[in-house]
Design a protein around this ligand. Structure first.
Ligand SMILES: [Zn+2]
Length: 158
């Protein structure tokens, strides 16, 4: 997509994001992380949807990013997670089915998740940074998130 189109977008105020604490707009501060929608590196200064485990009872917060212009691609990955090809499943996909790790809560409904159950994982699969980051949501919650993304996509008012 056009590399510059989101560079001049300001961080919007009072958006529906704030009804879900794990989701907010943020400006990408580096290019060391990948977009969950495209799998490619973020562009510094770009408006993004940032997803975090702010609701989890963990010391280290995890942040994952979706470029504003790639939110529909992220949504497609969510809706197609059950059709992910085996190779993608293991290697490259930023949205995949995975066993839930200890102490995780769903980024959508904020409820704690059962360790070991197979749910939807959001992964910074191709990042150049060494540490892989994962956030989880219930498989049963992914369609609600996908619906919400359509509303959240409305152009932010500055
Ligand atoms: Zn959930």
């Amino acid at each position: 997509m056009n590399q510059s189109c989101e560079l001049n977008m300001k961080k919007p105020k009072n958006t529906p994001f704030y009804e879900r604490p794990a989701f907010e707009y943020a400006i990408a501060k580096s290019e060391s992380q990948n977009c969950l929608g495209s799998g490619e590196a973020l562009v510094q200064g770009c408006l993004c949807l940032r997803i975090s485990n702010i609701h989890n009872e963990v010391k280290t917060k995890t942040y994952l990013w979706v470029r504003y212009g790639n939110i529909m691609d992220f949504r497609k990955r969510l809706l197609e997670v059950h059709r992910t090809a085996p190779l993608d499943f293991l290697l490259k996909s930023t949205v995949k089915l995975m066993a839930v790790r200890k102490g995780q809560s769903c980024v959508w409904c904020e409820e704690s998740m059962e360790q070991g159950s197979i749910e939807v994982a959001l992964v910074n699969a191709n990042d150049s940074i060494a540490m892989k980051k994962v956030l989880f949501l219930h498989d049963a919650c992914k369609d609600d998130l996908a619906d919400a993304l359509l509303f959240w996509l409305m152009p932010p008012s500055n």
